[in-house]
Design a protein around this ligand. Structure first.
Ligand code: DGJ
Length: 729
């Protein structure tokens, strides 16, 4: 059992293979956080807590005049607003009298075999090995109106601890949640760097490492989705932590809506990290007898640098978050129609693209936006999920049949949450759009969003999506969303519950995705939001892959995929070879390089194969064969970031090594060309030091490849790509 209780039953120690987490019920019933980090002796780590006279910091009433007991200074497991702790809080509740101050006292605990689940929310699950345990600690507010159940899932082998919170109103009055953070971690000391993943549309998840300074540093989203701008995942590392040395902590939220992640360095040089739903657009009324569940957070610690931390998340998300038959099945190599033809196609054009693609070895043809309603541009038709047979020149069934006759499978694009004002749906149901009566709505990409917090709206959309899916043989669905939420208002909720719309919307999206997964268990669903605007661990529970970015430029993709790799496995990153010059940047990049970048994700193409030269066709055939050959190594091997793609090195390189160290594949792209330039070597990782490997026709001992490195050729042209397969002999 990975949950250990001491004799006094006040000290809770959670252990994974390499990490440890500890809490203690302290004096006055306060639940203290006493340790998170490297696995060590089971010991009462509360000895580290300093008690000193804390000026201008309150003391709990029960502490009488003990000025050394202040929640403003103590490490807490679940700090609340108004308790005399003036740092960021995990919980703020509006009581019936309009006040907000709340204090929690320890009430009890429960330990269960297996992993808890969360109603209507994504959660890490236990696989057949059944190695997870659950601890539930219950706290009660001192006014005795509600309980707080803190959930901990301990996955020993995965080296992760999951957390979630349930607030249960056992009073006879309604309570209003104003802020509920899923997880808080208080560090008593440490000089940390804060790693976040920022971006914008067509430039998502750029890795940023900044020193923590006094005050609060935070990332978050109030856009209704997890967003292109910041990701609900961050890392706190020691100053000297590198890819393979030093301590670091990861906090990742399984949530696809507004979030806030923060790190606060306080007056006593302590650090508090919080992660949960962003409180900006959130209030939730809990009626008497009702409960509210927070989304889940996944915590991990590595004392072997960032790469080990990433490996922990890669494994957990690949094996214990993604679900369904596609979790471990080779995903089909696809051709998506978007950048090839945009809205300009008919059935014959699609089939001719598929014909060309099938000759190259592509396995799935995806018809993107433009096949329904009056949809020849993005200004109209969204929401009208009726096949435009006039445009196609045939039925969907015909298109699908003709594509299947080529030996390929067929996929289709939807944007279930969106609608244009110029659509039959909007004309029939204007009140179904997210908008505030009397206020002109904010438009984006000429469209509005449907009120997905409403069951009737979701049911209508689901029915129409299913009608299309049932009308032909369809094996893949791309679920897109092309704007952020605004005008949060739902006609179905009273005025005092409008603060629930944003979260209810996310629950609505999850509800519909769950229903689709249940109804079409064999279908591969790919998530998308204008590329990676909703690339988060919450979506991965429903869609095992997500289109990583609308930026398909291979060189831009280096930093997007590099940043994404800190928290997510390559099996989740939708990545395609697109045409040159690139549609977003105009850049020319060799097809070979575009191939190795795309195959470091879920591989596909996004161009019109009819426009390719014969030489390119041959290259593509080889690429596809190579991808199939190296698929297991790439998807299930350990991924190593060998360099940063910041352009300071001539070659930017990354590697996949088999978990048993028997083989590896090295990819590199030249970012700098120097005539008469210096030599370049690449230190490999994940090999067995005492075995001999063959690389580029030469035999090397494993320790040599890892310690002194493999010589790389001088790059001749910008953006050259190389691939070297290293095998144990
Ligand atoms: C945004 C997506 O990211 C693209 O791949 C494409 O599907 C368009 N939407 C279609 O409108």
């Amino acid at each position: 059992m990975a949950i250990i209780l001491d004799k006094t039953k006040t000290l809770f120690t959670l252990q994974t293979d390499h990490s440890m987490y500890q809490m203690k019920t302290g004096r006055y019933g306060v639940l203290l956080h006493t340790y998170f980090g490297k696995k060590g002796s089971i010991f009462d780590y509360s000895y580290l807590v300093t008690y000193a006279d804390r000026g201008f910091s309150g003391n709990p009433y029960d502490a009488e005049n003990d000025r050394t007991y202040s929640l403003d200074a103590l490490p807490q497991e679940y700090p609340t607003y108004g308790s005399g702790d003036y740092r960021g809080c995990a919980l703020k509740v509006r009581y019936p009298d309009g006040s907000f101050s709340c204090e929690l006292k320890y009430k009890g605990y429960e330990i269960k075999k297996g992993k808890y689940t969360l109603p209507g929310l994504p959660a890490i699950y236990e696989t057949e090995d059944k190695t997870a345990d659950t601890l539930i600690i219950t706290l009660e507010d001192t006014r005795r109106l509600f309980c707080v159940h803190l959930y901990y899932g301990v996955f020993e082998k995965l080296d992760i601890i999951t957390r979630a919170v349930c607030i249960e109103n056992h009073s006879d009055v309604s309570l209003y949640l104003e802020n509920i953070q899923t997880a808080c971690i208080d560090f008593l000391y440490g000089n940390f760097d804060f790693h976040t993943f920022y971006g914008r549309h067509v430039k998502e998840r750029t890795h940023q490492r900044t020193p923590l300074a006094h005050g609060i540093q935070s990332v978050g989203s109030t856009r209704g989705t997890s967003s292109h701008q910041y990701n609900p995942f961050f890392i706190l590392s020691e100053k000297d932590t590198s890819e393979d040395t030093g301590g670091c902590y990861g906090m990742s939220l399984l949530y696809s809506g507004d979030f806030l992640g923060s790190a606060e360095h306080d007056q006593y040089e302590q650090t508090r990290c919080l992660l949960g739903i962003h409180p900006e657009n959130f209030t939730w009324c809990i009626k008497p007898g009702d409960s509210f569940y927070s989304p889940e957070a996944v915590l991990a610690y590595s004392d072997e640098g960032l790469e080990r931390l990433s490996h922990i998340y890669h494994r957990a998300y690949r094996e214990n978050l993604c679900r369904g038959i596609w979790k471990n099945k080779r995903r089909p190599i696809l051709l998506n129609s978007w950048e090839g033809v945009y809205f300009d196609f008919d059935g014959d054009k699609l089939v001719s693209m598929a014909e060309e693609a099938s000759r190259l070895g592509v396995e799935l043809f995806v018809m993107d936006d433009g096949w329904f309603g009056k949809r020849d541009l993005d200004v109209s038709g969204l929401g009208d999920w009726i096949v435009n047979e006039k445009k196609l020149g045939c039925s969907l069934h015909d298109v699908s049949d003709r594509i299947h006759a080529l030996g390929m499978s067929f996929g289709i694009w939807f944007e279930p949450e969106g609608l244009n004002e110029d659509s039959e749906l909007y004309r029939a149901h204007p009140d179904w759009a997210l908008r505030i009566p009397g206020k002109p709505p904010v438009r984006a990409r000429y469209q509005l969003l449907l009120d997905f917090s409403r069951e009737d709206v979701r049911e209508y959309i689901l029915r129409h999506v299913c009608q299309v899916l049932d009308s032909a043989k369809i094996e893949y669905l791309k679920w897109d969303l092309n704007r952020s939420l605004s005008d949060l208002y739902s006609a179905s909720l009273p005025s005092d519950r409008q603060g629930e719309v944003a979260h209810r919307y996310v629950l609505g999206v999850y509800d519909m995705l769950e229903k689709l997964n249940n109804r079409y268990p064999d279908m591969l669903i790919e998530g998308c939001s204008g590329g990676g605007g909703r690339f988060d661990a919450g979506m991965l529970y429903y869609t095992p892959q997500i289109w990583c970015s609308d930026d398909t430029d291979a060189i831009e993709r280096l930093s997007i995929q590099y940043g994404t790799s800190f928290g997510y496995p390559v099996s989740t990153m939708g990545s395609h070879v697109s045409k040159c010059p690139n549609e977003q940047t105009g850049r020319m990049t060799p097809l070979y390089t575009r191939g190795i970048v795309a195959m470091s994700g879920t591989f596909g193409y996004e161009l019109d194969p009819g426009e390719m030269t014969d030489e390119d066709r041959e290259t593509v055939k080889n690429q596809i064969a190579e991808f199939k050959q190296y698929y297991n190594l790439i998807q299930y091997g350990d991924y190593y970031r060998l360099t940063s793609p910041d352009g300071t090195k001539s070659w930017h390189s990354w590697e996949f090594a088999a978990q048993d160290g028997s083989e590896a594949i090295l990819f590199a792209v030249s970012l700098q060309i120097h005539p008469n330039g210096p030599g370049c070597w690449c230190r490999l990782k994940g090999l067995k030091k005492d075995r001999i490997y063959l690389a580029d026709g030469i035999e090397y001992p494993g320790d040599v490849l890892m310690n002194t490195g493999l010589p790389l050729p001088a790059a001749k042209t910008e953006y050259d790509g190389i691939r070297i397969h290293i095998t144990e002999i």
